[in-house]
Design a protein around this ligand. Structure first.
Ligand code: Z5A
Length: 213
């Protein structure tokens, strides 16, 4: 694969899947190897998108409608893509994002049971022709995820307060996304120990780095 721009990699999974821990392990590894990368998270990553993040995750905003939530995630992403991701990729940077458009399809589309086709069109509008080169989806059962999160109740945000059924629908949404995008989405069994998961992730990541070198 020869890319005339940098590499865009996204990490996805339900809350408690351990993707953030894996991101930390991966970026520590990239630093050791002296590779330049840009780490971003969604929603967020620009001043405007971080302001939107606060509104989205604030537990006080319980009255937020599903439509408002969807549009705010899309708005935060549109700003991030235009202001940060596209310029970084044009400079051949490796951009790694903790969540991207699959989160909207999985959480708002499948979790909230909104129209998935409409959401995909909205995602397309927000990303202006950009798509990740590779997505790592960390798959865990809802029971495992909840077990990992049980000590985190005080830090819970508005979306963390959703029901177990919502999490089940979101997880099965992710599995559908992976099935429909086999070239882009790699499913990682995230039920294992962090070290074992990382070995798997690193192997796959190194392969893609070698391909674009
Ligand atoms: N959201 C949305 O609805 N629509 C969208 O379009 C977008 C997002 C972009 C953002 O929250 C929320 O917005 C998120 C989805 C929604 N809500 N939910 N729910 P965030 O950015 O604050 O957080 P997050 O991305 O959901 O998750 P996180 O806090 O970064 O957690 P994580 O990545 O799932 O896992 P972790 O922090 O790496 O691990 C969780 C715990 O498990 C921690 O104590 C670890 O030490 C432990 N852990 C990790 N791996 C393991 C293994 N392998 N074994 C045992 N224990 C482990």
């Amino acid at each position: 694969m020869v890319l005339n721009r940098g590499l865009f990699i996204t990490f996805e999974g339900i809350d408690g899947s351990g993707k953030t821990l894996q991101l930390e392990l991966l970026t520590a590894n990239l630093e050791k190897a002296g590779l330049k990368y840009l780490l971003i998270r969604e929603p967020g990553g620009t001043s405007i998108s971080e302001q939107i993040r606060k509104i989205l995750l604030d537990r006080k905003n319980i009255e937020m409608s599903a439509e408002t939530e969807l549009l705010l995630f899309a708005a935060a992403r549109a700003q991030l893509v235009k202001q940060i991701v596209k310029p970084a990729l044009a400079e051949k940077t490796i951009v790694i994002s903790d969540r991207f458009f699959d989160s909207t399809t999985a959480y708002q589309g499948y979790g909230r049971e909104m129209n998935v086709n409409f959401i995909q069109n909205l995602n397309d509008f927000a990303i202006q022709g950009l798509s990740p080169d590779l997505t790592f989806y960390f798959d865990v059962s809802v029971e495992t995820a909840l077990g990992r999160l049980k000590d985190r109740t005080e830090k819970s945000d508005r979306i963390d307060l959703e029901s177990q059924n919502f999490m089940e629908r979101t997880r099965s949404g992710y599995l559908k996304i992976a099935e429909r995008n086999p070239d882009r989405v790699r499913v990682i069994d995230a039920e294992r120990d962090p070290e074992e998961i990382f070995k798997d992730l690193k192997l796959q990541f190194d392969k893609i780095l070698n391909l674009v070198k």
